[in-house]
Structure formats: structure tokens, C-alpha cells
Design a protein around this ligand. Sequence first.
Ligand code: OOG
Ligand code: MG
Length: 243
Amino acid sequence: MSTVDQFAVRLDDAVTSRIAIPSSGAGTGLDVPTAYRVQQAVVDRRLARGERAVGLKLGLTSRAKMTQMGVDEVIWGRLTDAMRIPDGGTVRLDDHIHPKAEPEVAFLVEGGAVTAVAPAIEVIDSRYVDFRFTLPEVIADNTSASGFVLGAWQPIPDGIDNLGVLLEVDGRAVQVGSTAAILGDPRRALSDAVRLADVNGVDLADNSILLAGAATAAVPLRAGSYVRVTVERLGTASLRVGS
Ligand code: OOG
Ligand code: MG
């Protein structure tokens, strides 16, 4: 088995066993292009189990996260139908390692154009212990993708570049931000995604959902809590956390 496949098997086993693997730190010997090959192999294993590709996600779209990781480029990952959580649906902790929720906006790309936007929650669940990883490691791990909730689709409103974003847990505000934190304007996520899809031969027609990147820091999920994201003018998306 190739090194790429071996790494993909370790990450995929972490998903199915819910046991995190340690980061190798600087010792991975993995470069970014190879990391994306691992990511593809990880996603291929999901597709082989019958999951369907439905979209792309961007990560590290905020200046703060980029600076933290010492990079100046966004990273991207793949979404499948099995990751979709119905709005108001339940996420079980037992199905995860150490899931966190972050507020996002999602775009719908149809026929080469963006037709709608929705408030969204991304559930990230790094397959590395304590969410500690290098840039190539998180790319290989499909950028921590685990689940996503979409609120109602609607036309793109004026001022999409600066809408208030609120993340509440059990009715208490825990993160407050703005869509401006997403690359300065979440529409830039679109142009980045179109470019990335083109460079990497990904067909956006089959991957019509685009998660633009977190607008605030992510919060750990606790059993029994109710998580709601509100994006000004777009409405809400929510989930419940079960054990
Ligand atoms: C990587 C995923 C980052 C985002 O929106 O920035 C991401 C991580 O923080 O585990 O999805
Ligand atoms: Mg995200």
C-alpha cells in the first residue's frame, strides 16, 4: 500500500473507531499537494461506502486562523450527503471524537452561478488528538469535516459582506461575529472555490453546496445542549446534541 493510502486508512479508521490519532508535528514529511492526495483517498473511502459528494468547504478563511497556522491560503475539503444534519436535527456525541460547532454561511452553486445563500452550522471533528495538527495534516483529514446543518436557502441580500453572526448554546450567546470575518467578504469564498474546483478537476455541478468558512471560533459540543446560529437577514440553523 502506498504512503498516501496508509495515511488515508489511519484517518478513516479514526472516523469509524472514534479514536483520535496523534499529530506527527513537523515530522510528518507531508507536503501540501500530497496532503490533498491523502484527502482524496479519505473521501474515496467514504464514496466507496455509498456516500455521495455534495459540496465543498473552505477553512482558515479568517485572518486570525490563517495567522495562527502561519499560512496565507485557504484550505478546502469535501462534503458528502452523509454529513448533512437536518435543520433542528440531533448530533450524537457517541458518533464523534470531540465535535465542535462553528457558524458559517453556505452558498448554493447552480449552473455555474450562485443562486442562494443560507445560514449554516459546521460540525468539525478533527481526527487528531486535541485538534492539534500541522497544515498538511488537517488538509489530509478533509479539513476536520464531519457534519453540517443548512437553514433555509434565500436570495443573496445586500450587505452580505457584513452581516452579524451569533452562535448561541441553550439560549446564551457564546460567539458573536460578522460575515466580514470570512475573507473580508464571504463572496470571496465563492471565487476561491470556483478556482480551486477548476484547478483540482472537481465538478461544481455535483458539488453544489459551498460552506464559506467559520465566522467565529468553534465551540465544543456538550450532551443535551441546543445550538443555534443566527445570521442577520438570513435567519437561523440549529442542532441538538444527544449523547
Ligand atoms: C480546521 C477546519 C477549519 C473553518 O471554517 O475555518 C474550518 C479546524 O479548525 O479543525 O472548517
Ligand atoms: Mg468550517
